[in-house]
Write a protein that binds this ligand. Structure first.
Ligand code: DHB
Length: 300
């Protein structure tokens, strides 16, 4: 068990936002597959169709996606959270987005009735103009939006950060100053692929966000830096596909580890990684996961 921002998780793995999180049934399926927690697809103030297809492509080193925040809005999504919650004790975290503090508060208040365990603020989607990283690269906006949501809700507020900045620590500090209970690092890295036969950018949006194994070393460094700079917990995400990756992320400073792209391989990944961590702890004589969180900062 691990407690993060006052929420108990049976193991440190969580479903990352954006994958299998668009319905209550799919969230429930992942919960039943052994995830310690599940995070919804990002939900906004108005229904949004998203970017034109192709919106996701597989590369050798991971995935490029530019979904464009498709979602039915908070009005249509609260029932999905209720459905997921009614079938499981696994904490359900609501990922939300907006273009300003007012939007974020509207969505958080609109979903409060479905009682998510926490809100994860998406200020990091790299390809939706006016949303996501447009906000998450500005320390003032991150601080004020975080403060507004923290004021409006009575559950923990996590802030998901973009790596597409010069100094992620400054953005993490802004979230912390706004009252965030935790930061989540990292969202996808901006990227692009071009079809050499036609010269066309492949994604409908022309560019998108890179996820998967390729981004893991970037995520490890961001988590490492944030752990050192902040007093609040860091939740790690980015390229984790094995229990060894999860242990590495925790040693960098992650209190929990979210998994996204690797769900493509198998939904059993959560129980596989959770039991791999457990066996590693036993083998090495650690008494709890807390023993390895931030360990790489303590060795000389
Ligand atoms: C989308 C992509 C992201 O990286 C994210 O954080 C949220 C949404 C998307 O394209 O829908």
């Amino acid at each position: 068990m691990v407690t993060i921002t006052g929420i108990n998780f049976k193991n440190p793995t969580m479903l990352a936002s954006g994958i299998m999180g668009t319905t209550g049934a799919s969230l429930l399926r992942i919960a039943e597959c052994g995830a310690g927690g599940v995070v919804t697809k990002s939900i906004g103030p108005e229904p949004k169709a998203g970017h034109p297809n192709p919106s996701m492509i597989k590369l050798e080193c991971g995935f490029l996606n530019a979904m464009g925040l498709p979602n039915p809005s908070y009005n249509e999504f609260d029932n999905e959270i209720k459905l997921a919650r009614s079938g499981t004790d696994v904490p359900v975290i609501a990922s939300i987005f907006g273009g300003n503090a007012e939007d974020f508060v509207k969505v958080a208040e609109g979903l409060a009735d479905s009682e998510p365990a926490a809100f994860e603020l998406n200020v990091s989607c790299p390809h939706a103009e006016g949303y996501g990283a447009t906000i998450g690269t500005d320390t003032c906006m991150v601080e004020s939006i975080t403060a507004a949501v923290c004021d409006a809700v009575d559950v923990p507020v996590w802030v998901k950060l973009t790596p597409n900045v010069t100094d992620i620590k400054a953005i993490g500090k802004a979230a912390q100053d706004g009252g965030a209970d935790a930061v989540v690092a990292i969202n996808t890295l901006r990227g692009m692929a071009i079809d050499i036969n036609s010269g066309y950018p492949i994604l409908g949006n022309r560019f998108g966000g890179l996820s998967g194994s390729a981004v893991k070393p970037v995520a490890i460094k961001c988590v490492y830096d944030l752990y050192e700079a902040l007093a609040i917990p860091v939740i790690g995400v980015g390229g984790v596909s094995t229990w060894e990756d999860a242990v590495e992320m925790m040693m960098a400073g992650a209190s929990g580890v979210q998994i996204g792209s690797a769900v493509h391989e198998s939904v059993d990944i959560f129980s596989d990684i959770a039991s791999g961590i457990e066996l590693f702890l036993q083998d090495k004589g650690y008494s709890a996961v807390e023993d390895i969180i931030g360990l790489s900062h303590k060795v000389i």
